[in-house]
Design a protein around this ligand. Structure first.
Ligand code: DC
Length: 205
């Protein structure tokens, strides 16, 4: 039987870290759906039509290092506001969520649009300042020349676009458990997520 865990939230709130860790802990497959939009954004930057790009993505393209740049993040956020791009990516995400061994998907609309029947829905969030600080440290460690103020502006611009768009805006599902990680360590956030998933697994007997 499939067991889907949906993890949504704004950029740099910690959902990727939590998603990877819970997938490893519970032996579930993991899909970072932001990489799909980033891959489409990267192809748009190369001049390709984003809908065509979304329809012809292949898994080898979801190469993290190439897609984790601020330019690609902005392009991803732009293409993600196009309903045709989102529609082109639905089947792939739903098929992944239905894997027999269970799956964790993280993104913006997993609990609301992609997997409204997910066994577990988490909405991981944190204040914009906290998220900008974390992303700044992450990018600096990788050698990207950015300032914290630039990263905060980038986080706020993406928040506004991701939350304000008409197509599948960033929004906690009504039945999602909200996890505000502003004042939490990674270990604390992870423990909270694990507790929610364990409760759901126990509930299934
Ligand atoms: O999580 P991320 O930063 O890698 O996501 C990149 C962009 O893709 C983000 O600005 C919003 C968009 N996105 C989306 O609209 N829906 C998703 N399920 C995942 C990401």
């Amino acid at each position: 039987m499939s067991f889907a865990v949906a993890i949504d939230g704004p950029a740099a709130a910690g959902k990727g870290t939590i998603a990877k860790a819970v997938a490893a802990r519970f032996g579930l497959a993991h899909l970072d759906t932001g990489l799909l939009y980033r891959a489409v954004g990267a192809r748009e930057l190369e001049g390709q039509d984003p809908v065509e790009a979304a329809l012809s993505l292949n898994p080898e393209e979801l190469d993290e290092s190439r897609l984790r740049t601020p330019e690609v993040a902005q392009a991803a956020s732009r293409v993600a506001s196009q309903p045709e791009v989102r529609a082109a990516l639905v089947d792939f995400q739903r098929a992944f969520a239905a894997r027999s061994g269970g799956a964790v998907l993280d993104g913006r609309d997993i609990g609301t649009v992609i997997c409204p029947d997910a066994a577990v829905k988490l909405f991981v969030t944190a204040s914009p300042a906290t998220r900008a600080r974390r992303r700044f440290l992450e990018l600096s460690a990788k050698g990207h020349a950015v300032t914290e103020a630039e990263v905060l502006a980038d986080v706020e611009a993406r928040d506004a676009r991701d939350s304000g768009r008409v197509a599948a805006p960033l929004l906690a599902a009504e039945d999602a458990v909200v996890l505000d990680t502003s004042e939490m360590s990674i270990e604390e956030a992870l423990a909270a997520a694990v507790a929610v998933i364990e409760a759901a697994l126990e509930g299934r007997g």
